[in-house]
Ligand binder design. Sequence first.
Ligand SMILES: C[S@@+](CC[C@H](N)C(=O)[O-])C[C@H]1O[C@@H](n2cnc3c(N)ncnc32)[C@H](O)[C@@H]1O
Length: 326
Amino acid sequence: MQDVFSGFCEKFERINTYLALIKYPEQLFSISPAKTLNHAGKSIFCFPIPGENLDPATVKSFGQEWQKFHHFAEVDLQDFGQKYFRLLHEVDLPKETLVADFGCGSGRWTRFFAPQAGHVVAIDPSAAIFAAAEVLQKIPNISLVNASIEQLPFLEETFDFGFSLGVLHHIPDTPKAMRDCVKTIKKGGFFLCYLYYNLDNRGWGFRALFAGVNLLRRLISSLPAGAKQLICNILALGVYLPLVSLSRLAKSLGVAAKIRAKLPLNAYENSSFYILRNDALDRFGTPLEQRFSKMEIEKMMTVAGLTDIRFSDQVPFWCAIGKRSF
Ligand SMILES: C[S@@+](CC[C@H](N)C(=O)[O-])C[C@H]1O[C@@H](n2cnc3c(N)ncnc32)[C@H](O)[C@@H]1O
């Protein structure tokens, strides 16, 4: 009986905290914001960005990308959201949590996760934070922070759960960036990440294809924004769409999912053309990307203080979750 009562009190206290955060989000921070901007009716808290562990060209490119692409259909968000967050089913995450989205971009995953969280803090150093303000306009239990992972304005052990999807491999020192994120997670809390894989689980054909693709990325990402977008639209139409259509055709002919998974770009089987255009730009327009093997990611997570590390065995690779224990 006493347990039920104390559980109830704890829940009540948490709910009160989250209601207070909507009204007074400043209490989240360990330092005062340098300035607060208003966009789409949302406050954006801006903090200094030292630039020591950040690639300026990459951050600029993402600012442009997310300002262009942030009108996502719910069905697209659900499709990829389920894939990114599926590992959460395997851990015991409390319902009302204080959550951080490290490198939120357009804020799409903050939007996806907010209904199941107490409060989500969306953090990004680029102009994408304005796109996130628009995407999250109608969602009350979120805060927007313009900051870089290298200098997060939070005390250690602030969050119950943090996620960083497709971000850390775009930062020069990825292991350090991971340590900086994990520091802000409470002991016993969880950290979920998605990092580009170095094709460690693929055959030579896939690797050869990737070598060509990577060369193209280096070339395209160095172009001015307009040219980059034009070429990526052409790639979406001329390369992504035909390959995705092949997967869809195989599906309609009854080819098993396990076999279709071997086809290039099969992960986009259910995605709209808007997502294909966005991802072509993301994939080919970004100057800095790094790739890691499963073992390297596991080591990085362990050094950051995570244990009970689990990897998803399905695309997108590699998605992993760990529990902060020290
Ligand atoms: C590929 S986007 C992913 C955005 C979002 N997580 C998503 O999946 O839609 C990578 C994001 O990382 C952000 N980023 C790059 N360097 C960063 C840093 N040092 N600190 C925090 N975010 C960073 C970029 O601005 C960009 O929005």
